[in-house]
Design a protein around this ligand. Sequence first.
Ligand code: DGL
Length: 269
Amino acid sequence: MSEMPIGIFDSGLGGISLLREAVSILPNENYIFYGDNLHAPYGDKTDDEIAKLSFDSVNYLVSKGVKAVVLACNTATAASIRALRDDKRLDLPIISLEPAIKPACEKPGDGKILMMATLATTRLKRYKALQSRMPDPSRVINVPCPGLVEMVERGTFAPEAYYDILYKLLNKYNGMKIDGIVLGCTHYIFIKSAIERYAKSNFKGECAFYDGNAATVRQLGRVLEANGLTNLNGNASVEFCTSGDRSKIYPIFELLMNHKENQSVKEEN
Ligand code: DGL
């Protein structure tokens, strides 16, 4: 059982950022990544649509024989984690990802925290409850970012390609003191340098960046251990699966798997 792979799922390419973290933190495991690229973006869909697609994706991974599933998608988590965990037919650990507003709010300062995420994440009750548990919930400004996921899905990574859309989404905060930006959607991790560039030229203060990937992978490690599922014999092999057009998506997958930390992805498809 412990030698079975771990399933990692996202609506599309964003979850590859979590997969990379998993491969580096838990290199003795094997992985199956499933991107539901055919249906991305999830963030503009209704709660019921997102929940249904999340169930279908988890069931797909279960049918491939995984021992645990990670939702590498803040949107799928917000819409469906409760129902997935309550479903008795899904008899395996399901680990989920949430916008990292907690570490961001722990940073001392009198500036605001921008939480960038999909429309659905910012609207859903689960995220709102998380925000309400922060010591000063009003420090967090939620910024729904329709349009960003579509660009990442098309394989656009050059920072300059994002200036206009980031201006449209963020210009009302120009000149404000921003202490942190939470990348509350896994897709945004691949365009961090574009967002950083925008923040440097338009916001005041030292702006730190936060995402939930490493904490989620550490939680995955703890859950595997608690369930006697830790693999000591794997070699971080990755099987890539997609509901989309594999011939177009696989080259981007490969590019993103080799993408180095703190280095923007230059290629565009
Ligand atoms: N990458 C996903 C997230 O973390 C969702 C993107 C989408 O499909 O809208 O929220």
